[in-house]
Design a protein around this ligand. Structure first.
Ligand SMILES: [Zn+2]
Length: 465
């Protein structure tokens, strides 16, 4: 951790500006007591400043130096606030936002087959997906998430909502071998996926990608065709992998292999694949993930709640496997709070490894920012506050008795802060929430959505029971 207090040496990011003859014109200069960059060297500026033009960061560094070098159209002094990169949620199901609290306290397979799949068959249509996605985006923005990796049905509707909300997203269209709420066959879903991928390919914030649900719900043919589509259009792919002991037993029985080796044998795994969970792994599986360069989305809250197990994240990261944090959907995780995910990740691995020093707070923050960006292959654009990167940042209010005094910013971010600490959220230079007020989604619209679907789903559940 490199801590820069007041006027010390200038940042590398600011160097290009130090020698400039004239102040550089920028759109916005934000200064705050703590600027946590999450760059490779974990530079901290206290106080610090971030200069932004358009969607990009122009300079980051000590406040005195950055403000002397730029001429800003607007300046915002945030006083005691903290500024850090926006959080990257590497695995969620945004439209499940309105199903929170349904079918709690069940084991994964029972929860999926007896509860979630039948309920989805009844209530999920294009309109539900769009409106539930708006609700999900409101939650993500309000808890400091600026990028989300999604997996659901009618993904074009998710894309529409995410775009309207102003978030960044890699949005996975689910491919599955039984009748889904959107398509009866994987062939029809694949055709739709390709159309959506092409439609959103040039969008600066949103991409649609293939998301075969898993090895236990997709045939080898569906898995192969999904990855072939991703590679044809040069986009990543996401899937669930090795989430539970039941999945391992199921795949072993069907194919005589572990889920990881089954997918690897089909040519599915690779650096362009983000595999969610990877809880139940053998040494051989870990080696395969490393050799194929596959990235992992780690969802500690979901894994604990569904009793799936504790993923061997320490071993993965020691091998150089890219691991990003995620929440999973609001039914298996209940809150899309990446601060909660960081807190859990920093603790459960200490327990798993019987070693309190094994995954330090700063490493948990990396898994929600820079390492999550790397897991998406997007580390040159997002994941840290650095010159040239996208202006995806959040402002935290930790000026509370709980977080004072400040000895170690990462400790407070992981063990004290929570989603409600987020005061403002910016994506690509645009505020999506300012002083806790959403700017792109109307509160009245959300209220109407919550009420209407609350009634509809309660009626649907009453009919089921
Ligand atoms: Zn999931």
């Amino acid at each position: 951790m490199k801590r820069f207090v007041a006027v010390t040496i200038c940042s590398l990011a600011g160097l290009s500006l130090v020698f400039a003859e004239k102040p550089v014109k920028v759109d916005l200069l934000i200064s705050a007591a703590h600027v946590v960059t999450m760059d490779k060297d974990l530079r901290l500026y206290e106080p610090g400043a971030v200069a932004i033009s358009g969607s990009r960061i122009v300079a980051v560094g000590p406040r005195v130096e950055v403000s002397a070098r730029v001429r800003a159209t607007r300046s915002t002094d945030l006083g005691n606030r903290w500024v850090m990169p926006g959080l990257i949620n590497t695995h969620t199901h945004i439209p499940m936002n309105l199903m929170r609290g349904l079918g709690d306290d069940l084991e994964l397979m029972e929860w999926l087959t007896k509860y979630i799949f039948p309920l989805e068959a009844k209530v999920v249509d294009a309109r539900y997906v769009y409106e539930a996605s708006l609700a999900g985006c409101a939650e993500l923005i309000s808890r400091g998430v600026t990028t989300a990796v999604d997996m659901y049905y009618f993904e074009d509707e998710v894309a529409r909502a995410v775009r309207e909300a102003g978030l960044r997203g890699w949005l996975g269209q689910t491919l599955i071998d039984f009748k889904a709420p959107d398509f009866a066959t994987p062939e029809a879903a694949l055709e739709y996926t390709e159309k959506c991928m092409v439609k959103w390919a040039a969008d600066p914030l949103v991409k649609v990608i293939p998301a075969p649900h898993s090895g236990y719900t997709c045939s080898p043919e569906t898995l192969r065709r999904s990855v072939a589509l991703a590679r044809k259009l040069r986009l990543p792919m996401t899937t669930h992998l090795s989430e539970s002991a039941n999945e391992v037993a199921d795949i072993q029985k069907k194919y005589g292999l572990s889920p990881v080796r089954h997918m690897a044998g089909l040519g599915i795994l690779g650096p362009d694949v983000l595999a969610a969970h990877c809880v139940q792994l053998t040494e051989e599986d870990l080696r395969v993930l490393k050799e194929t360069g596959t990235a992992v989305a780690h969802n500690p809250d979901s894994n604990l709640k569904l009793a799936s197990g504790i993923a061997p994240v320490v071993a993965m990261r020691r091998l150089g496997i890219r691991v990003g944090l995620g929440t999973d959907g609001s039914v298996s995780s209940n809150r899309l709070d990446m601060f909660h995910a960081m807190d859990l990740a920093a603790k459960i691995h200490k327990l798993r490894e019987n070693d309190a020093a094994v995954l330090k707070a700063a490493e948990a923050v990396r898994m929600a920012t820079s390492e999550a960006a790397a897991a998406l292959g997007a580390e040159s654009a997002i994941g840290s506050l650095e010159e040239g990167k996208q202006a995806d940042l959040i402002v935290l209010d930790l000026d509370t008795p709980l977080a004072q005094p400040v000895f170690n910013v990462y400790s407070h971010l992981v063990y004290v802060a929570h989603g409600e600490s987020v005061e403002s959220t910016m994506v690509a230079g645009r505020w999506l929430m300012k002083n806790r007020k959403l700017t792109t989604i109307q509160a009245s619209r959300l209220k109407e959505i919550y009420q209407r679907y609350g009634r509809l789903m309660t009626a649907s559940l009453e009919k089921t029971q």
